[in-house]
Design a protein around this ligand. Sequence first.
Ligand SMILES: [Zn+2]
Length: 350
Amino acid sequence: MDNVFLSYNDPLVSIFILITLVLSVSLLTHLFGNLKKEKQQKKLENFLETFESKDCSLDFDIIPFSSSLLQPLRLLALAFQKNGEYHKAIPLYLYLIKNNHEKSYHDEFLKELASTYLKSGLMARAKSTLVSLLEISPRDTKALYLLQIIYEMLHQYKDADEISRSLKILGEDTTQLEAHFRFFEILNSKSFSPDEKTDLLIALSSTHKSFYRQVLHTLFKLDVSKAWEFIDDKRIIESLDIFWTLPASKINFDIIEKTENQPLKAIFMAREIIPYDKNIKSNIFEIDTILSARNSGKNDIDIQFNYFCPSCKAEFPLAYNRCPSCYSIDKFILKKRLEQKIELENYSLL
Ligand SMILES: [Zn+2]
């Protein structure tokens, strides 16, 4: 018995017991961790199966799964998605998720599936897919960005804001995103009066200069007088489309007649809102061309505007706050093109 206690008092035995305890705890933690992951994985598969039964129009039972199929099928699904054939891309992704168990691929397929649901307008499915993925991989920034877009589309700005905070903790630069959601929060808030909204939007624009055009456009809807006061004389060209298409009821004739801002005056001269003055030059190619043509008796030139996304290089006929194609919040580039004027005076859809 004394020998046992002697052994117990031996420092080597104590170290051995300590190592055994540490190893046992690590093993148990690992086992519980795996069990938890398996449970979450099973939950996710069951969840996706609820979509599968409705969406799968292709019979995948005849395709024996092999890891060599991963890349070709993924490329095929991406091609379907790019061509807008979402009903074909979705079953492919569901098949890949069900059969592949390699985590890195699995998470990518889930994000691509969620993105396809998002593109096809199935917001609830896109949201549920991403929430399930984030339960397993809460630090997945791409999934967080996608979920944030969905919250924005569902007008759930507080949830979108919370995601910005998570992204910030993960080291992402969220300065523009926070301002972007602040803009929508102000605009859609029921607790602010129209006056408070305009003041808050002007304040937002003073701290985030890139929001100038967005705020000017909104002010013309909320408070025309404040919009005219807000105009920055040095930033006329970036809002050319707003001035070019501004309805007559929103034009402040007093300001445009008295202003010494030549580009602003020239725009309304080119629109024939105020009389022509050959001494006024805008230094905006399209406006000066229209004025020169008008001076020579040619009166049939108009400006066509397009909105170019610097991230995905797509062009759109309407202005946007988030690119409809790649969902970037980078500001668009205003593209201008001279074209033959189409007279719409007698135009009617009836
Ligand atoms: Zn884009």
